[in-house]
Design a protein around this ligand. Structure first.
Ligand code: C2E
Ligand code: MG
Ligand code: MG
Ligand code: MG
Length: 291
């Protein structure tokens, strides 16, 4: 079909393909260099108890601090890192940086909370996640409860045997496990039950639909009763408005995360969040004794 567009169009197509290949090669080379020079920084986004506003965890989100481009968001380099296997080294850098940061906060006597780390499926299938985590925790003298792992729902579906063996071992170490972007993949109830996850992070698409469509609330309620029945807590991702917060509180969703509470911030600002500890005004009902 390209050829029938005429010579000009075809040449344009060839040109742009070559350009894209070249750009990819350049990017790959730049990423290699970035790994060697560790040009990566972590930003941290809080996750809070929806009723009390108390900080529960900080999610580590990687950014590439590119010498010319500035901070590059993860979605523009993580896929390439996964395709090329570079995600293993990137994952190690992220873990190391997160653990070093928690250790520093502890030294400063800050009230630390667990840092939650995003792990790619590739790392489960090709790396030695278990040993990497154990070694890093040991190196920094940290309890396993100070890190959590987020894996996307879709990554739980591939290579099931290996992934579930790794997850079981990590959980036995005391590391909490969260399903990320829940609702965008196709995991089954039995998978969720077998994998024994601690929490579900509901994808932000559903948070946004919660106040837009009547089915939004039905969906949230269904997820919550399923998760609670399986012993998991529920986190709503992408909370951007007060209206969404109110709706989630009315549903008694356990925890929330999103720009309404805070964007991901550099470590110096994350430190202030640790000090502040309560990041939302408490819901009136949260003050009453638990019923
Ligand atoms: P994620 O783990 O689902 O993280 C949430 C993403 O949504 C973050 O984007 C965050 O900045 C953004 N976000 C948070 N609250 C809101 C909100 O209220 N509204 C909107 N519109 N967006 C919100 P970010 O930092 O660009 O990260 C994107 C994805 O990159 C992450 O999605 C995660 O899958 C991946 N990622 C980030 N860091 C790492 C890492 O160290 N390793 C791996 N393997 N993946 C990572
Ligand atoms: Mg995540
Ligand atoms: Mg997520
Ligand atoms: Mg998401």
């Amino acid at each position: 079909q390209t050829k029938s567009d005429g010579k000009g169009a075809f040449r344009f197509y060839e040109h742009s393909l070559a350009e894209r290949l070249q750009a990819r090669l350049n990017m790959e080379r730049a990423l290699h260099q970035a790994l060697e020079q560790n040009q990566f920084v972590l930003h941290y986004q809080p996750r809070v108890d929806s009723m009390t506003g108390e900080l529960r965890s900080l999610e580590a989100l990687v950014r590439w601090n590119h010498p010319d481009l500035g901070l590059v968001p993860p979605l523009s380099f993580i896929p390439l890192a996964e395709e090329t296997g570079m995600i293993l080294r990137l994952g190690d850098l992220v873990l190391e940086q997160a653990c070093a940061q928690i250790a520093r906060w502890k030294q400063l006597h800050l009230p630390v909370v667990p840092v939650s780390i995003n792990v790619s499926p590739y790392q489960f299938n090709h790396g030695d996640i278990r040993r990497t985590f154990a070694a890093c925790l040991k190196r920094h003298d940290l309890e396993a409860t100070l890190v959590e792992i987020e894996i996307t729902e879709s990554s739980m579906m591939g290579e099931q045997a290996e992934v579930s063996a790794e997850l079981t071992a990590l959980r036995a170490m005391g590391i909490k496990l969260l399903v990320d972007d829940f609702g965008t993949g196709f995991s089954s109830l039995s998978q969720l039950q077998r994998l024994d996850m601690d929490g579900l992070k509901v994808d932000r698409a559903f948070t946004s639909e919660l106040v837009k469509k009547p089915e939004g609330e039905v969906f949230f309620r269904a997820i919550m009763s399923m998760a609670h029945a399986l012993g998991m807590h529920v986190v709503a991702e992408g909370v951007e408005t007060e209206e969404q917060l109110h709706a989630l509180r009315a549903l008694a969703c356990d925890e929330i995360q999103g720009y309404f509470i805070s964007r991901p911030v550099p470590s110096a600002e994350a430190e202030l969040l640790l000090q502040k500890r309560f990041l939302l005004p408490a819901h009136p009902r949260a003050a009453l004794p638990a019923t």
